[in-house]
Design a protein around this ligand. Structure first.
Ligand SMILES: [Zn+2]
Length: 492
């Protein structure tokens, strides 16, 4: 129902004597306020001013690019980054409340330079520097060893960085993945996975693990993100006291970090989506799924879902795991808890990749990437019917080689078809940035978005989060409050 229809109802119902007319105006005002609060698609006056301001900032960037002969649409994020950081648009987006980050991964979430500096503070942190023999370790791999126990080829990170000031930059290049040229050929996934391998073991060292996630959440809070969901692959933590802590330790540590952060940011919330790997066989994933149910029973409001990750071109299909999805009803009975799926699917530009169509839609809440969904219009309808949200990660999609010119990103087709989406950063630590503002900048510049769209994307990230209903209510109130302040401040 639109405001005009409401006015007509009110005018018909009330005879136009003075008192009734005033009453009808009051009703109309409160009804439209109610509708406005319920429907983020309608904009207030202030929001309309902001809309004009943002579009002006965007046009300035485009005009300047033209003057400088910079082909902005065919320049990669990695090359545009300094320009983005200097833009007024980026500074505005940094201040914008972004709701939740629904799609991120363990080991890919905190700033890489911070990690190198932090690791160098530890006397027992070593780096592998033998470029000829990389059978067991990768060049640049960071690990923790006891004094005199580091294998040949490892040197103390501290010494490695001290001896040559260029080493840090060299190491950072090995820990981050950039796309320097849109047409260059590179097996991005092979390089991408090496980045995780280089820090994987380091991040299971409990003291660094704790500092890493604290830093990651702080970076997101600084960028005005209030809620975080991580696809978390549980590795066994270790330290000087114990070689293999049970996986509950990681859960308790993460919960403790959340609690500490809430002391200064009471609105901050964290959820963990238990994650395993697509290339493992059915039996192994079956055990992981059971572990996930067991953890969910223990921490029902913290472990909120299950997912499988890795390169879709080389891993098993979603349908390969069908017997497992079918068995979820039994696991639900056995453990007395419901564990929704948040599957990655369609992170591919191929028509032959059918993962999207194989998702058990009624058990699945959100889909990671779904880049090829637009080639299956009937499925797109099904996604809408089942109220699944698509988690879109523009920068990740460009760096991993799926979409070169972001004006052609499938998210634009999804938006045009009213499919719910949210903006995410996937693995910002690996892609050489932190926060979520860069992704909003790239989306805003390339997709002809309006403030109406931005607002919908931001509120979607709370609406479709895995927060429980009372947490969601609180989160929405906080976001609405922050949004109003943001709009007011940014139009002054
Ligand atoms: Zn992902």
């Amino acid at each position: 129902m639109c405001e005009f229809q409401l006015t007509m109802i009110i005018v018909k119902k009330f005879k136009p004597n003075q008192a009734r007319f005033t009453l009808s105006l009051i009703i109309l005002f409160s009804l439209s306020t109610f509708i406005y609060a319920q429907n983020p698609a309608s904009l207030s006056n202030d929001e309309q001013i902001l809309d004009k301001k943002l579009s002006l900032l965007k046009n300035n960037i485009l005009t300047n690019a033209e003057k400088e002969k910079l082909p902005i649409y065919s320049t990669t994020f990695s090359a545009l980054k300094p320009l983005i950081e200097n833009s007024e648009l980026y500074k505005t987006f940094q201040k914008m409340p972004k709701g939740g980050l629904l799609h991120s991964h363990s080991g890919g979430i905190a700033n890489a330079e911070w990690l190198v500096n932090k690791a160098a503070e530890y006397n027992n942190c070593y780096v592998f520097t033998n470029s000829e023999n990389q059978q067991n370790y990768l060049y640049g791999q960071l690990m923790i060893f006891k004094e005199n126990e580091a294998p040949t080829g490892f040197v103390k990170l501290k010494d490695f960085l001290k001896n040559n000031p260029n080493q840090k930059e060299k190491l950072l290049q090995l820990l981050t993945l950039k796309r320097n040229n849109l047409s260059e050929y590179l097996d991005y996934w092979v390089e991408f996975e090496k980045r995780f391998q280089r820090i994987g073991s380091l991040l299971t060292y409990r003291p660094i693990f704790k500092e890493y996630y604290k830093e990651a959440f702080q970076e997101l809070i600084n960028d005005n993100v209030q809620h975080v969901e991580i696809r978390y692959i549980f590795g066994q933590l270790f330290d000087e006291n114990k070689q293999d802590y049970p996986i509950e330790t990681a859960v308790l540590d993460l919960k403790e970090i959340e609690k500490q952060i809430q002391k200064t940011h009471p609105e901050f919330t964290l959820k963990i989506i238990y994650t395993s790997l697509k290339f493992l066989d059915k039996n192994m994933v079956e055990k992981e799924l059971e572990k996930a149910y067991r953890l969910k029973k223990e921490y029902p409001d913290f472990i909120t879902g299950f997912d499988l990750v890795a390169n879709e071109a080389t891993g098993n299909s979603v349908a390969y795991f069908n017997p497992l999805w079918k068995n979820m009803k039994n696991l639900e009975k056995k453990y007395g808890v419901n564990l929704p799926l948040y599957l990655h699917a369609g992170e591919s530009c191929s028509l032959y990749n059918q993962n999207i169509s194989e998702i058990p839609m009624e058990d699945n809440k959100r889909i990671g990437h779904a880049l090829n969904l637009i080639y299956f219009p009937k499925l797109m309808e099904k996604v809408k019917q089942h109220q699944n949200l698509i988690e879109v990660s523009p920068i990740s999609n460009q760096i991993l080689g799926y979409v070169s010119d972001l004006r052609n990103h499938p998210a634009r087709v999804l938006l045009a078809n009213n499919v719910n989406i949210s903006i995410n950063s996937d693995d910002p630590g690996v892609f050489g940035y932190d926060g979520l503002s860069y992704d909003f900048w790239m989306a805003y510049l390339n997709w002809d978005l309006t403030v109406k769209d931005l607002k919908k994307l931001i509120f979607n990230s709370i609406e479709f989060s895995s927060l429980n209903s009372s947490e969601k209510q609180k989160a929405k109130l906080h976001l609405q409050k922050e949004w109003t302040v943001f709009v007011k401040n940014s139009i002054q």
